[in-house]
Ligand binder design. Structure first.
Ligand SMILES: *[C@@H]1O[C@H](CO)[C@@H](O)[C@H](O)[C@H]1NC(C)=O
Ligand SMILES: *[C@@H]1O[C@H](CO)[C@@H](O)[C@H](O)[C@H]1NC(C)=O
Ligand SMILES: *[C@@H]1O[C@H](CO)[C@@H](O)[C@H](O)[C@H]1NC(C)=O
Length: 504
């Protein structure tokens, strides 16, 4: 059980509703699920600040098409105050319209000022609110934010001059009022210590604790629940925004989707499509973007399998179902792991073994702060039409799991070497593949890389960073053997392990 006393009551009510719904007569059950399903929406946070290199609406088409195909309703377009913001918003709104997607603006208050920008925020909402791809909820123009506590919402509405559905990421703990907003978005998709770092014993605010806080604060107003697979960032003194920490990942992505199905919020927001710097991207590496220095831990680390895993959960959420099972249309194994064990010592060559600006309080030297909350394990989610056996070979470790029809999660201790995943039924191999990326005891690019490598069986198409996404890879590195070049799945004739060695 993952319950703390503060959430027992809510969990009990959720459980009770669940029991009542699941035992109701089919017709009522159907009515409830149809009603529940009708206004649910899936958002995905999209960072506009790193796509200033895009030159046309068409540069957004692949993202729009892919998100839509997986059941995402709208991108939350996170904007700062860059010169290119309006150009990019124009492209994004046009592409969304061309591809049958919806978008809305999410104002990033790391750049906007909550004390002086209320009018600017309202005007920006109005500027895009009448575009055909704008997300409209309850007949109002939808808008959101990243933080922004203290913003004068009445001034925002007045400057907008149109009806807006304002669901910002205000924080109840910051003393903000829920009176003037229409809903709220909780950013904290990771168990944490209440102070924006990984939890420790005695200081553990779970994602579900955050749900409870927001739901109690919002009363009957809709909640945008966060869902995220991972968090790792590792900027050293080579940039001005140095930061280096993790939040617990491991099986978070699987656990959280099951939570979401159990409590069924009206809205959810996946964090994120393309924040490569914090390693919580579920969009492709190939999604065109600039390199803010994150390529050191992002190159050769595709995450597309996470979206594959989410697909039946998204469909179940939208349908008001409590299980993804009915939405699994083909057998698939989705697996992930970090590229090295956490005991591996990279101090001699890591980029963060040096002082750097720490005004944010987010900078730590060496292994990322919170690293000990991650397990040295290989994680596998089986999405199966029929029950089977899942066999995982991680280096010299091997384990066989009985996996039921539907979705199930498994893990084995990480072993250095190749990573092989097999599905059998009645002793016959149904699926089998070896990952393109080994687990290694060599520091990749010399650094502590606590990002996750995500793969699937059957394997998806190769996915790699484009030239713009690689330009800063070598900046600040202490090894000269690491090139700004994708190496996995690029040449089909190159074995995975050999390809990996060239990336070290
Ligand atoms: C925080 O609490 C959750 C839920 O009980 C638990 O799974 C997790 O291990 C805890 N984390 C820490 C660091 O204690
Ligand atoms: C940066 O600031 C945080 C918060 O004050 C502190 O915990 C951490 O040790 C600092 N990092 C370094 C490298 O001094
Ligand atoms: C699978 O193979 C094992 C070992 O060869 C054997 O003991 C078992 O009976 C087989 N099971 C089936 C369902 O064929």
């Amino acid at each position: 059980m993952r319950l703390l006393s503060s959430q027992l009551r809510l969990s009990f009510i959720t459980w009770l509703c669940y029991v009542i719904i699941s035992q109701a007569a089919p017709t009522i059950d159907q009515q409830i699920s149809q009603r529940a399903a009708s206004d649910r929406l899936v958002f995905c946070h999209f960072i506009v600040g790193i796509v200033g290199d895009r030159t046309s609406a068409a540069d957004y088409d692949a993202d729009m098409q892919r998100a839509k195909a997986y059941g995402i309703d709208a991108f939350a377009l996170n904007i700062g105050t860059n010169d290119f913001t309006d150009t990019q918003l124009g492209y994004a709104y046009d592409s969304a319209n061309n591809n049958g997607m919806k978008v809305f603006i999410s104002f990033d208050f790391a750049y906007y000022s909550s004390s002086s920008d209320a009018s600017a925020v309202g005007q920006k909402i109005a500027q895009y609110g009448s575009k055909p791809a704008q997300l409209i909820v309850d007949n109002k123009v939808f808008a959101s934010s990243f933080v922004g506590d203290g913003l004068d919402v009445a001034a925002v509405r007045s400057a907008a001059g149109i009806d807006i559905f304002f669901a910002p990421n205000f924080n109840p703990a910051a003393g903000s009022s829920a009176d003037n907003i229409d809903g709220a978005f909780n950013w904290l998709a990771w168990d944490n210590n209440g102070n924006n770092k990984a939890p420790t014993v005695g200081h553990n605010v779970t994602v579900e604790d955050g749900d409870t806080t927001y739901i109690n604060w919002l009363g009957s107003k809709p909640y945008i629940a966060p869902v995220s697979p991972w968090f790792f960032t590792h900027y050293g003194p080579e940039v001005s925004y140095s930061k280096n920490w993790v939040f617990p990942g491991d099986l978070l992505w699987y656990r959280r989707w099951n939570d979401i199905l159990a409590f069924g919020p009206r809205f959810l927001e996946i964090i994120t499509w393309n924040d490569y710097g914090e390693s919580h991207y579920i969009g492709p590496l190939s999604s065109k973007h600039n390199d803010d220095g994150a390529s050191k831990w992002v190159n050769d680390m595709p995450h597309n399998g996470w979206l594959d895993m989410a697909k039946p959960f998204i469909a179940a959420y939208r349908a008001g179902d409590s299980s993804p099972a009915a939405h699994i249309t083909e057998d698939k194994l989705v697996y992930w792991y970090r590229p090295t064990p956490k005991t591996l010592n990279c101090d001699a060559t890591d980029t963060t073994i040096a002082p750097a600006n720490n005004d944010s309080g987010n900078y730590f030297e060496g292994r990322p702060n919170g690293y000990e909350t991650l397990q040295d394990a290989v994680f596998v989610v089986a999405l199966l039409k029929l029950a089977g056996k899942v066999i995982v070979n991680s280096g010299s470790n091997s384990q066989t799991f009985d996996a039921p029809a539907g979705a199930s999660a498994h893990q084995i201790p990480m072993g250095v070497g190749s990573q092989k995943f097999t599905l059998t039924r009645d002793n016959v191999t149904v699926l089998s593949d070896t990952s393109l990326r080994d687990i290694s005891n060599v520091c990749p690019c010399g650094i502590y890389n606590f990002n996750a490598y995500v793969g699937t069986v059957p394997a998806g198409p190769p996915d790699s960073l484009g030239p713009d996404g690689l330009v800063s890879l070598t900046v600040g590195l202490h090894v000269s053997t690491c090139l700004p070049t994708p190496t996995l799945g690029v040449a089909a004739t190159v074995a995975g392990s050999e390809a990996y060695i060239t990336a070290v």
